[in-house]
Ligand binder design. Sequence first.
Ligand SMILES: Cc1cc2nc3c(=O)[nH]c(=O)nc-3n(C[C@H](O)[C@H](O)[C@H](O)COP(=O)(O)OP(=O)(O)OC[C@H]3O[C@@H](n4cnc5c(N)ncnc54)[C@H](O)[C@@H]3O)c2cc1C
Length: 372
Amino acid sequence: MAKKLLLAGGGHAHMMMLAHIGTLTTEGHEVTVVQPSNHHYYSGMGPGMLSGFYTAEDIRFRTRFVVERQGGRFLLDKAVRIDAEKQCVELESGIRQEYDVLSCNTGSFVPFNDIEGENDKIFSAKPIEQLLEAQKNIIGGCSNPDLSINIVGGGAAAAEIAGNVHHLAVKNGCPGVKVRIFAGSKLMKNATPAIQRIIRNYFQKKNITIDESGHVDRIENSTVIMKNGQSHSSDFIFLATGVQPSPLFSASDLPTGPDGGLLVNEYLQCPDHPEIFGGGDCIYYEPRPLEKVGVYAVRENPILLHNVLASLQGGTLQPFDPGGNFLAIFNLGGEYGALQKGLLNWGGKISFMVKDYIDRRFMTRFQSLEKE
Ligand SMILES: Cc1cc2nc3c(=O)[nH]c(=O)nc-3n(C[C@H](O)[C@H](O)[C@H](O)COP(=O)(O)OP(=O)(O)OC[C@H]3O[C@@H](n4cnc5c(N)ncnc54)[C@H](O)[C@@H]3O)c2cc1C
């Protein structure tokens, strides 16, 4: 029997699902994808796009085009609330979209709200589109020899943005750019000591300042004000203070994890509403909390696809196995990478080349859907 499948967000965990839409529509199912952008940006390549190493086209996937060419319906809109009892999703435009099966991949956001005064020079690490906007603005500001760029946050996204924004400014005629990372107590505290050292040494050579003297309290008129009372004026500010799951689930009457993500069981399925599935940063995986990294979203693809199909057409669900430790490569700008896998820690051009190869291969695989 023909059914209605609704995909909220076309993120990393939905890539295989998006590739499969043609088969579903041929079988008579109605497939609708809701997303606030016609494109989905691959975050792993976002910092590289910021520095100008990649173009926007290199790192984005034409979601709308791919959905529509396979007979699916694309709504340029945002899911704001799920009414699980009535099996419908309310969209920002006021539309109520019904479903038989719903799969959510609405990602995460940077929850930093302590901003007063002007904020047109403040950019967030997510959505990745913001990095493109930042790039245009910073190139425009490179005629200022004392350009000052501050990054608030101490994790991988902060380190990658710092290195790449530094490279962008130098390449565009601002060798004296002052890049400072407000890392709280310690930069990359979850990385191995060797990776921390590699990053520190590289940033020291580039004159990128790592401030570990405490946390940022607020931003007022482009000035970073710290809890210890110090203040630092900035021409541009990036916010990379960690992410929280999309607010969609806390706005709906659905079970969530402590971080507000959609609670899902081992089948990536909402325990109270078996017709709702989810993957990527927006879920809280009940068997064990997962780091908010694209690696898990990518690993979830085949299971999410299998289980959504089983739910539409009948069949047995498969459990998701998050797997063991994963390869992480940090792009520090200037084609320099820091690679971490188990006991292996390696900094240099080759690490970057490995990341570039893996990331381009991922994009080529899914961008090929735009050409078939
Ligand atoms: C700068 C940066 C670099 C990173 N680099 C890496 C890396 O190298 N490797 C790695 O493993 N991880 C990396 N990460 C982490 C990674 O970005 C996330 O884990 C990954 O993006 C999660 O994928 P996702 O599909 O769940 O979410 P997203 O990539 O955020 O995608 C969510 C999608 O849903 C759409 N959407 C959002 N809200 C709604 C809504 N309400 N309704 C409908 N659609 C919606 C968005 O438009 C988007 O297309 C990085 C993160 C950042 C910020």
